[in-house]
Design a protein around this ligand. Structure first.
Ligand code: SF4
Length: 685
């Protein structure tokens, strides 16, 4: 419809994983000029945050890349599509021929559609012949996919966002909800205000959501297992467990009891930096519920013990039976608009679509039949391993769709040194990102608000997205670029459009089989949805129905391990990194949005007032932050938000990049880096 001569398009916000329904208004000059929330529709029901409301502006930016680029003698030269596509195909085939398919790594993107992502993993596997396919979910929720997969059988959020309003106790841990998932924070606050629900927040920083907490636990970064084990011990000692649920639907409880014998509450209090009575309060309130819902984000996942952290969260829900019913459950909040979807369609090195394992012979045969090609058997490498492998000469080329690892990788100086060793780097993007600047070839792609396709939000909700503006005629859909290269490499991938790609995804993915574009035109649908008549699944594991081999959820015995790097004389503070409301990831988009840039134009470091006194810095002073990996100079913000001894830095600014400082210590299973804790020194500059 038209309002004041503006064309209105209903689509999905391109930023965070809440997946808000948004109406974009486009003027006659093909510029998006206004955004409003779609009323009364799940998941946002008329709400939007500042990024949804103003963040569209980047699509109109004059800095968009409009022509393919090839680097010659260190400078980019604009070329026609044919030349860039031929050049890239030849380079990839040459490297494959010379070093084998596993010398090539491929990255999909949580900012691209399910259709784009399905084709990039198919491209990696069927055309290149490698399972070295991954994306930034590795850096945010790979611990969730592994941890919840182990404990519950499915590595995804268990309950819909709307279920917040059915809960009596909201337990939020390691989530700066107001800034990272603003609309969910609005629902949490509303449930407190309208229904008197209790809010428990655990975070090393006193964030905005912590201000609303009835119980606020400010523990040290990296002590989550100890905190959660202590809570479990208290719940057991006070006999607040759900015995029926444990007996009927779980295994591993006896082993947990044994492990908890070694959990001393006084020690836990000392190491976490939280009083015993506060831990007790949180434990009792969570257990009593009667309906307790858990939310967590990267404070839990981004640790070298990320999987253990997730398993300890699952333990709490399983021993109390707060799962498999409305107003309960375990809800990891996914970061990017389609990070759930990119995982679902197989942009991971160990699984095809719907988490079907590449090592499962029958699954692999099924995909070989569908794709009519022999597929690689071994699990591929994760993106967090790429830097080291490139450095050692094992990976020689990277093909990247819409990601910016040269800002987002931990220990990014090392990543950059590694990337310099690559024989070939190709990037699809909308801007000349820091990573694209290092590429040999750059392909100009469409932005999310110029695309058709589907996104899947944090609550497994598949939603149609629609273009609000016409793209420049010289940019292409991400999936079309991939098809062009595949065709040149001798493996034709011909699709008339996004719907045909989605039909193929459905066809090979039992959990998505019942979801068609036709149905999505009417309503969004949450997977699993195995057939056309199925309404979709709002709540996972209803009535203890766990998708594990023996149908029982796993209670795990998890023991505490400190962060991989702990403070010492030379590096006496704990550095933790995270998001701010006004920016998004590597700031590739939000730096091109005037309103957002004006709110926060440069990076800052939060230092607790007591630490600031000790260091001798005042508000707005320039300070040098040093770790064993590097140093940056950034302005100080003296704030009571971080706990004494904890330094907080946002990761959005490549100019003062927090990832120069972070450590590439990986969780052994999830391969997620420990962005949330390393040792640093701080001095006045
Ligand atoms: Fe977009 Fe997330 Fe904000 Fe919703 S909460 S408007 S999805 S950034």
């Amino acid at each position: 419809g038209k309002i004041f001569n503006l064309e209105k398009t209903d689509t999905v916000c391109a930023y965070c994983g809440v997946g808000c329904n948004i109406s974009l208004y486009t003027d006659k000059k093909n510029k998006i000029i206004m955004a409003r929330a779609v009323e009364n529709k799940e998941p946002n029901k008329g709400r939007l945050c500042v990024k949804g409301r103003y963040g569209f502006e980047y699509t109109n930016s004059s800095e968009r890349i409009l022509q393919p680029l090839i680097k010659v003698n260190g400078n980019f030269r604009e070329v026609i599509w044919e030349e860039a596509l031929d050049y890239t195909t030849n380079k990839l085939l040459e490297i494959k021929e010379k070093y084998g398919p596993d010398a090539i790594g491929v990255l999909g993107s949580a900012r691209c559609t399910n259709e784009d992502n399905y084709l990039i993993q198919k491209f990696a596997r069927a055309v290149i012949g490698t399972n070295n396919i991954d994306h930034c979910a590795r850096l945010c929720h790979s611990s969730t996919v592994v941890g919840l997969g182990k404990a519950l059988g499915t590595g995804a959020a268990t309950n819909p966002i709307s279920d917040i309003m059915n809960s009596n106790v909201m337990f939020v841990i390691g989530s700066n909800t107001t800034e990272s998932h603003p609309v969910i924070a609005q629902f949490i606050k509303e449930n407190k205000k309208k229904r008197g629900a209790k809010l428990i927040v655990c975070d090393p920083r006193s964030t905005d959501i912590a201000r609303y907490a009835d119980i606020f636990i400010q523990h040290y970064p990296g002590t989550d297992v100890l905190l959660l084990n202590a809570m479990a011990k208290i719940i057991i000692e006070k006999d607040l467990i759900n015995k029926d649920f444990i007996d009927k639907y779980t295994e591993g409880f006896q082993e947990l009891l044994k492990t908890l014998e070694n959990c001393n509450l006084d020690d836990a209090s000392k190491i976490t930096g939280v009083s015993k009575s506060l831990i007790e309060d949180a434990a009792i309130n969570y257990a009593k519920g009667p309906n307790s819902i858990i939310f967590y984000t990267m404070g839990i996942t981004q640790h070298h013990v990320g999987v253990s952290n997730v398993l300890s969260i699952a333990n709490l829900a399983l021993i109390t039976g707060h799962i498999g019913k409305p107003g309960n459950g375990i809800n990891p909040l996914r970061g990017q608009a389609n990070v759930q979807g990119a995982c679902d369609v197989g942009v991971l090195p160990d699984v095809y679509t719907g988490y079907q394992k590449v090592t499962d012979e029958s699954v692999r045969r099924k995909f070989e039949e569908h794709w009519k090609v022999k597929l690689p058997k071994n699990i591929g490498f994760a993106v967090s391993q790429f830097s080291d492998l490139i450095f050692k000469g094992k990976i020689k080329a990277l093909y990247i769709m819409g990601e910016n690892p040269l800002v987002t990788e931990p220990d990014v100086k090392h990543a950059k040194e590694s990337f310099e060793k690559l024989e070939f780097l190709a990037v699809q993007d909308i801007f000349l990102s820091e990573t694209a600047q290092m590429a040999d070839v750059v392909f100009p792609a469409k932005a999310a608000y110029e695309k058709f396709g589907t996104f899947t939000n944090t609550e497994r909700r598949v939603q149609l997205i629609k273009p609000a503006k016409n793209p420049s005629s010289s940019v292409k859909d991400d999936w079309k670029i991939i098809c062009e290269i595949a065709k040149r490499a001798g493996y034709p991938m011909d699709y008339k459009g996004e719907e045909e790609i989605w039909e193929e995804i459905r066809n090979v993915t039992p959990s998505l089989k019942g979801i068609s574009y036709k149905r999505l035109e009417e309503n969004s649908i949450q997977w699993p949805c195995p057939e056309e008549e199925h309404p979709g699944t709002q709540i996972l594991h209803l009535n203890g129905n766990f998708k594990r081999p023996n149908k029982k959820a796993l209670i795990s015995s998890v023991t505490f391990q400190p962060p991989s790097e702990i403070p010492d004389m030379n590096f006496p503070y704990i550095l933790t990194t995270g998001r701010i409301l006004y920016h998004y990831h590597s700031r590739n988009e939000t730096r091109r949005v005037k309103v957002l840039e004006e709110f926060v134009p440069e990076n800052f470091v939060e230092i607790n007032p007591e630490d600031a006194k000790e260091i001798g810095v005042k508000e707005k002073d320039l300070v040098k932050i040093k770790t064993r990996r590097g140093e940056i100079v950034v302005r100080a913000k003296i704030s009571a938000k971080p706990k004494k001894g904890v330094i907080f830095l946002s990761f959005h600014f490549s100019e003062t990049n927090a990832n120069i400082l972070t450590i590439n210590a990986l969780d052994p299973e999830a391969k997620i880096p420990e962005y949330k804790a390393c040792a640093c020194a701080v001095e006045k500059f």
